[in-house]
Design a protein around this ligand. Structure first.
Ligand SMILES: [Zn+2]
Length: 279
């Protein structure tokens, strides 16, 4: 733990450039929320690639802007997409949302359904309608053969119980992991992937440090969750996929493993999660 803290202090002072031969995969970025401007969105993808971020999953914010962001990023060769209805949209998912989702998911480079899940923190709609929307999309993902990107905020127990019944055969990822090590062990029994965001680099995030240190690396992936959750090395800045390497460095230090090995495994895990192994 002390090692991790002094490591953070070190990187706050001297930020070394990302190692160019190291490939990273950002499994969760809201590129459409970082910038509205299509040119700026392409710059985000390009700048990330220069920092080794060879894959980015652009997360659908809602079905209204999914198709727009998709078109904007069409020429970015490191960008993949998810499509889905997040719990924040529960009171207004849009007419024919299931048809739109099915239309979206069939597009080239759309590799997951998400983010979907439960959010009891912000109390969108009521619990029952969130649960119904979540289950319907899990069933849809199973029928269509896609993995799911799962959002959980203060709804850990319900999320896990629903997944124990309804996890699609293609599996999924618990994004922006925020539970403890005990919870992770239950999730790992379902063969879920666990994704760490910038909050793992926060000094007081002991539950996350313990989980990242103990869990098998084969089930771990990382994400920027940009524009949110900026790693502590960039505190005060608006988050971007290009900062992802800070999370990998931090986890490497926690686990006392080599940066190259950890990065390579995380990258392969991401390809496996999204069915991109042949790439
Ligand atoms: Zn998100």
């Amino acid at each position: 733990m002390l090692g991790a803290i002094s490591y953070m202090a070190h990187y706050a002072i001297s930020k070394e450039p990302a190692v160019q031969y190291m490939k990273l995969f950002d499994t969760h970025a809201h590129i459409g929320l970082i910038h509205e401007d299509p040119i700026e969105q392409l710059i985000v993808a390009k700048e990330a690639k220069q920092e080794g971020v060879d894959g980015i999953l652009s997360i659908c914010n809602n079905l209204y802007d999914f198709f727009e962001v998709y078109e904007n990023l069409k020429t970015a060769d490191n960008v993949y997409h998810s499509v889905g209805v997040s719990p924040s949209e529960v009171t207004n998912p849009g007419r024919d949302w299931e048809l739109k989702l099915e239309e979206g998911v069939q597009r080239d480079r759309v590799v997951a359904i998400g983010e979907i899940g439960l959010d009891y923190y912000r109390k969108f709609g009521d619990k029952d309608s969130q649960i119904e929307l979540f289950i319907r999309q899990l069933e849809l993902a199973d029928r269509l053969g896609y993995p799911v990107v799962i959002h959980n905020r203060e709804a850990g127990r319900d999320v896990l119980e629903i997944l124990q019944e309804k996890l699609p055969s293609q599996g999924g990822v618990l994004h922006c992991y925020s539970e403890d090590w005990e919870y992770a062990q239950e999730a790992l029994e379902l063969n879920l992937f666990i994704s760490f965001a910038g909050n793992v680099t926060y000094r007081n995030a002991r539950n996350l440090h313990e989980t990242a240190r103990n869990m098998p690396l084969e089930r771990m992936v990382v994400e920027s969750e940009s524009p949110f959750m900026v790693p502590s090395a960039y505190r005060g800045k608006r988050n971007r996929p290009a900062y992802l390497v800070e999370i990998v460095k931090f986890i490497t230090e926690l686990r006392n493993e080599s940066l190259e090995d950890v990065a390579a495994t995380l990258y392969q895990n991401s390809l496996r999660l999204f069915g991109l192994e042949s790439r």
